[in-house]
Write a protein that binds this ligand. Sequence first.
Ligand code: A2P
Length: 284
Amino acid sequence: MTDTITLNDGVKIPAVGFGTFLIPADGSTYKAVRAALDAGYRHIDTATAYYNEEEVGNAVRDSGILREEIFITSKLWVSHFGYERALMGVERSLRKLGMDYMDLYLLHQPYGDVAGAWQALEEAKKAGKIRSIGVSNMTVKIWNACVPHFATMPSVNQIECNPLAQQKEIRKIMAAGSVKAECWGPLGQGNRTLLENQTIRAIGEKYGKSAAQVILRFEVQEDMITLPKSANSERIRSNLDIFDFTLADDEMNQIRALDTGKPSHNPDAPGVGEYLISHYPIND
Ligand code: A2P
């Protein structure tokens, strides 16, 4: 069983979750989620725009594990932003998942009527349809433009984060509101420069752990939630096997020093919202 992190609304979330972005809904998502649950994951991260919520729901049901023992995150797509459409988007996710509540629901991308969509999430939370609510891909600039207008503080901001792109500035602002970071692309999306980094590998050798395990352990010790993806059953299993060692302070500092401050995705770039809507259409 994985360690948990407590969110600012008291909800406990397993620190390692299984990411499902880009896993097709052709039976592959079902298989991958079953494998993850068998390997001991109790936290699955999906989204409307991953087009695989149905298979996630089926895998959870068929696993035989009690629903309340599994933490399910999904996300509202930008085409459902605005108050009224967001209420429908929540119902759509619940219907696709075949569940009567979600543990965490995020505004997937910060474009369009973010404030109206957030208000709908706050209401869905009050109505018991969602246990915790959060945002995603918010930079300092976007956070400062949006969050001061929210009635309640998000519980998480899911952002691209790994040892080469540690997002220190936005994390500092989030920490002031006890908002936890969730790392997408926590292994640098398979980036060899990261996975073959000598500092990380040397630390791993000391503990008999792979570079990936050291990276994920670093993220969890930074009090972040991390969402590694893998299609390989051995790597799915080993990515969760990070709770039997602890990185020392000097090792944490060595990894903190690897930050380049340059994530691969820039949510502030002009046209990102329009690009996302046109490339990930949701038509129902
Ligand atoms: P694979 O599916 O073959 O395991 P991220 O989680 O940062 O988005 O990275 C996902 C990428 O990292 C995938 O290409 C995945 O490939 C690879 N990956 C996942 N786990 C590991 C691991 N333990 N060691 C090396 N590469 C990994």
